[in-house]
Design a protein around this ligand. Sequence first.
Ligand code: DAH
Length: 379
Amino acid sequence: MGSSFILIPSPCKGDTRVYSVPKLDDYSLPALDGLAGDLTSALKAESAAVRNEQEWKAFRDRWLSRKSGIVTQLNDLLKAAPKESKREVGQRVNQLRALIEEQVAAAGRQASAPGRAGDQLDITLPGIRRPLGAEHPIIRTMNEVVAVFKAMGYSVAEGPEIETDYFNFEALNFPPNHPARDTQDTLFIAGQERKPQRERLVLRTHTSPVQIRAMMASPPPLRIVCPGKVHRRDAADATHSPMFHQLECLAVDSNITFSDLKGTLDHMCKALFGSSVKTRFQPSFFPFTEPSAEVYVSCPFCGARGCRICKQSGWIELGGSGMVHPNVFEAVRGYGYDPAKISGFAFGMGIDRMAALRWDIHDIQLFFEGDVRFLEQFA
Ligand code: DAH
């Protein structure tokens, strides 16, 4: 029965071979069984090819429609059969009709089942894009400063953000009740009145306590930088935040001088802001350095002529610095730091304001609000 497959345009994509019932003039049993076999395999092939609702409807109509469906054609075949063959033909037509109805119903269930024929995997669809994170501008600035020091042989040290009074103040030569403590706007952890003062916990007000921790961890010579978060009781505004970031620097060896401090900071400024900037030191006071100095860099935006960014002064303040106070070494003498034999310099700078300057950001709150529309601009 090869002629039972005819080629006609088909709504069932990918296979244009569609079954139609042939005219019979041979009603012998082998001829009837051959027809039934051809029809059954065509039915199953078409049924298996149905992928969606639309294809299923076309399939259903082709086989079941009253007007010209295959079942109607089978009925016509029965009508045309000679009397003596009606029994055999009728039996097969009934079986085939039942099979057709069953296959059409099954294909309908498949076509509407989610994840099956209806939405087969389409590998040409674009994939699911996972948004890539970007380095936060504060972290990026920090990493750039750290990289400058790493290239000079410095290691990176870290310390806790919840710190004891001892590390945050006492070991750094802020005696109890010393007025210099008031300059730090400290946030204290509540409910510690029964502890000795040096054990009471504060949110560290600067990264300087890591100087002490680093010296306790390794004997001299020592070169470390410590980036990190610090906290102060400050109201949030365009230039202040109760949480901000500092980078601490400490170098200790047998013969460190103020010239080393100047040279190191001058190198750092040139690496960060360009080789034409100048550095300036202005006398200051910190309990843990003597002498102490504030560090300024000439405004890289106007070449120190004066502009909005440097507030017409030509200079931008970077942080505090100085030679490590002998009392600080005294606190870690037991770890190999004899103030008579060694010397060191230290430096601490604010990162947030530097990042704000660099990208001309007028409100440092933007760094902490987590607004993706702001942050994605640094990607
Ligand atoms: N810790 C100081 C502050 O937060 C800054 C500072 C000054 C750090 C002098 C230093 C230093 O290492 O030597 O105000």
